[in-house]
Design a protein around this ligand. Sequence first.
Ligand code: FAD
Length: 439
Amino acid sequence: MDFALSEEQRAFQEMAGDFAREEMEPHAHEWDETSTFPVETLRKAAALGFGGIYVGEDVDGSGLTRLDAALIFEELAKGCTSTAAYISIHNMAAWMIDLFGSDDQRERFLPRLCTMEHFAAYCLTEPGSGSDAAALRTKAVRDGDAYVLNGSKAFISGGRAADLYVAMVRTGEAGPKGISCIVVEKGTPGLSFGAQEVKLGWKSQPMTQVDFSDCRVPAENLIGGEGLGFKIAMAGLDGGRLNIGACSLGAAQSCLERAIAYMKERKQFGRALVEFQALQFRIADMASELEAARLLLHKVAMKVDAKESDAVRGHGQADRHRYRLQGGERGAATSRRLRLPARLSDRAVSARRARASDPGRNQRDHAADRGARAAGGVRGDGEILCGAAIGTFCSGLSSRRRRGSSTPWGWLCNPMGMILWLLVPRLRGDDSCAEATRG
Ligand SMILES: Cc1cc2nc3c(=O)[nH]c(=O)nc-3n(C[C@H](O)[C@H](O)[C@H](O)COP(=O)(O)OP(=O)(O)OC[C@H]3O[C@@H](n4cnc5c(N)ncnc54)[C@H](O)[C@@H]3O)c2cc1C
């Protein structure tokens, strides 16, 4: 079993870490204090390829793997967890369009999402449906060449700031099978926003209610066909949870590093805190728990990547062929999009050479994955559970240690742990969701 990262992965990791240290961390406090959505910083991140990390290269994405994304999000979260988490939501929404959208939709929406000229929001939750997402009530009624939307979405990250709202709406029967996914563009008459939610933290990502009132959305914005919305939403969350797990890990790692630095500097009873053995043990425990969480996260990410490759064999052959015929080779001819700074690019180039024996691999895997997903193939069950478990675990770890609590409340009181817990119906045995996600 090889636990080592490739040279290219280490280069991505280092680049994301440098970006977080130089461009995010110095401003994170101010962004939180002033509730600033850091548009320019986000676009700089996108210029490095972080706007579409696992979106196909043919539409300007970086075409990387889930493991690559986990490495990147962990590093970004060390600089500003809230901003990194928004980037992960944006990536999730972009990926949903990439995988389930038509060629036309991919070409229309994705290049500008990958540069973050446009920002995306994911709209599932409603005032009356949170964990029980399949009970959502926002209605979309077909009227000629459009759907007319009425209803409200709650707690939407990127609300008002975003340009594209990937919304889950009811076009049919009650339950998950009556839900569809549609992209609502900013400026569409009938789309409006509530006030900014007042939060205790995570203020660099704006959050509002999103309201639709006789909002006419072109039918060509429907993603993947009527009735597929719940499946698309859950597929998005599968990867989203993995990313949030990585963000939680980055936040916890950063807390640990800061604690160690402080213990070296702070003196009590004539000695630096770091010299007290009892504290050393506590730090060692935290470091071990974090490393265990990291291994679990990476293992799950690799499994998800591997599962996607497996799925291609059966479901993806036709789509792979179709993709090639329709110009998939364009992407293969394009260099990988993650923009490494000059001092890292040499290392990446040599890593690329090592992969030269199979130059079209990423493009093929991606195309095949699209085929498999579209055919209703793969589910990331392990990813859902483990990504959430890791996120809850890591964020709970920092909260519990900080509070000195030995009860589960330390875990549950941490916002990130809570979000993940709330977002995982399977952990609570929610039947409607389980049924709907069985594929
Ligand atoms: C920071 C943040 C960002 C968010 N961003 C987005 C976004 O971008 N897009 C979006 O669509 N949503 C977003 N949300 C909303 C989030 O997805 C919901 O908060 C979540 O789905 C839970 O819904 P709820 O808050 O209505 O809680 P509820 O579903 O009302 O749950 C309340 C409590 O009851 C528990 N509970 C519920 N059902 C069960 C059960 N069957 N068994 C046992 N316990 C149960 C829950 O665990 C929870 O503790 C965000 C939320 C937060 C906090």
